[in-house]
Design a protein around this ligand. Structure first.
Ligand code: T46
Length: 140
């Protein structure tokens, strides 16, 4: 049987390099904030009002989500059924999602830009898009 990585959701606080000119946040692979090699970056913007994205889990992927403009809410369901909601509403807040976590992104503000740093290249085979299949995987 395929061995899946441990499911985990961690809120991260980035420390801005602020000065009189404004703020700057630098993220590096294999650091405390991004504990994996970044192989892919994608971003979600111009989201249709009221839309809910996600509705899937990943088998073996680590991602850091940052709302660099505006705000959105990330809902995570862990393999034991525990749910959490995190409002990402400032560029110094991040959410590290690892392994088998059912996720939804919702309540996007009009100006929301959600950037995601991912540990792997895009692979549709890593997705579980069926909720019942997710629950079956969790029960294994
Ligand atoms: C996730 C959440 C937070 C690609 O071709 N390459 C990519 O790297 C990605 C991420 C997507 N796509 C294609 C696949 C679909 O045809 O873009 C289309 C939209 O993707 P999806 O419906 O999976 O998007 P979301 O917003 O529901 O989920 C995305 C990520 O797919 C997912 O990994 O964790 O953001």
């Amino acid at each position: 049987m395929e061995k899946l990585m441990e499911a985990k959701v961690t809120e991260i606080q980035f420390v801005p390099k602020g000065d009189a000119r404004g703020q700057l946040i630098a993220l590096e692979s294999l650091s405390d904030q991004v504990p994996f090699e970044v192989k892919r970056v994608y971003y979600i913007f111009d989201t249709t009002p009221g839309t809910v994205r996600g509705n899937h889990a990943h088998k073996n992927l680590k991602q850091v989500l940052i709302c660099v403009s505006g705000a959105c809410t990330i809902v995570c369901e862990m393999p034991d059924g525990t749910k959490s909601e995190t409002r990402l509403d400032w560029p110094n807040r991040g959410l590290l999602i690892e392994g088998l976590v059912w996720r939804q992104m919702k309540d996007f503000s009009k100006d929301a830009v959600l950037i995601v740093l991912a540990s792997e290249h895009y692979d549709e085979a890593d997705y579980i898009r069926d909720y019942n299949q997710f629950k079956k995987e969790c029960a294994k």
